[in-house]
Design a protein around this ligand. Structure first.
Ligand code: DO4
Ligand code: MG
Length: 275
């Protein structure tokens, strides 16, 4: 079951049929003890609506903070080591990849997040910008993973590579985070073979495409969620991006006008132009 947030209401999709979720916001749903049971009941007995109008989709977020994990895939570890080499990057990224404690960083408040078809941004002072296609966990206030969506952790690699302490500037700026198209509500973990694919289209051609799968992730989603919730409370729950396993070659940087597609099995495809 997938929960979409539109300009007018929340809509639930189940087996190709659409149901209205009356009067409920993501904030009201996330505090429920059994979100899956609640939406399953709507799919059994709710009122059907016509097919979803994709042009009305909003980011599937209420008042959740968005956090992100880093260096959770071997490919990301290699990219970070390479980009920070000239700045004396040392072995920090190698160490965090194998350490017990994961790298977790604050990514965005809801007002800076964009949804499907809305433009993500390139920082005005960056020269090397990439999308990062990531599985995003939706975690309830009790720390339980209750859903999944696709995320794009837009990153300024030149700024991040100059100094690891510049990470917040490389990662956090207006429209640097995209989420959507909807939340796959599930009690079960996603299968390890779940594929995460990134495509960047430029002027009608494919400028980059690459893919990974969850089986390549070094850490378990539950482990990341549990570290995030250590000594932190989230009254409206939180989103947690789980890191990228797809990194374009060093010669690649995003251009205004590019179209970024992040497709995750079972969840859908998040499409954003670069504004
Ligand atoms: O350590 C820098 C950020 C890494 C990141 O965002 C990722 O691996 O996805
Ligand atoms: Mg990332």
């Amino acid at each position: 079951m997938i929960l979409y947030r539109t300009r007018d209401s929340l809509i639930l999709e189940h087996d190709g049929q659409f149901f209205s979720v009356p009067g409920k916001s993501i904030d009201e749903l996330i505090v429920l003890d059994d979100l899956f049971g609640h939406v399953a009941q709507i799919a059994r007995a709710g009122s059907k609506v016509a097919a979803l109008d994709e042009t009305t989709l909003l980011p599937p977020i209420g008042n959740q903070e968005v956090w992100a994990a880093g260096v959770t895939y071997l490919r990301s570890r290699a990219a970070r080591i390479a980009e920070s080499k000239d700045a004396g990057g040392g072995d920090f990224y190698d160490r965090v990849y194998s350490a017990e404690r994961p790298e977790l960083f604050f990514k965005s408040l809801a007002h800076k997040v964009v949804g499907p078809f809305s433009p993500v941004a390139i920082r005005s002072d960056a020269t090397w910008s990439v999308p990062e296609p990531e599985l995003a966990l939706l975690i309830n206030p009790k720390g339980r993973i209750v859903g999944y969506t696709a995320g794009n952790d837009m990153s300024s690699r030149d700024i991040e590579g100059q100094n690891p302490l510049y990470l917040p500037q490389a990662k956090v700026y207006n429209r640097s985070c995209a989420l959507g198209p909807g939340i796959f509500v599930s009690r079960e973990p996603l299968p390890p073979e779940t594929r995460i694919e990134l495509t960047v289209e430029r002027a009608g051609t494919t400028a980059f495409t690459g893919a990974t799968s969850l089986s390549q992730m070094k850490r378990r989603p539950e482990e990341l969620a549990s570290y995030l919730y250590r000594d932190q409370s989230f009254p409206f729950g939180a989103f947690l991006l789980t890191g990228t396993g797809v990194v374009p070659p060093d010669s690649f940087t995003l251009h205004p006008g590019d179209a970024i597609r992040v497709a995750i099995d079972g969840i859908g495809t998040l499409v954003n132009p670069v504004g």
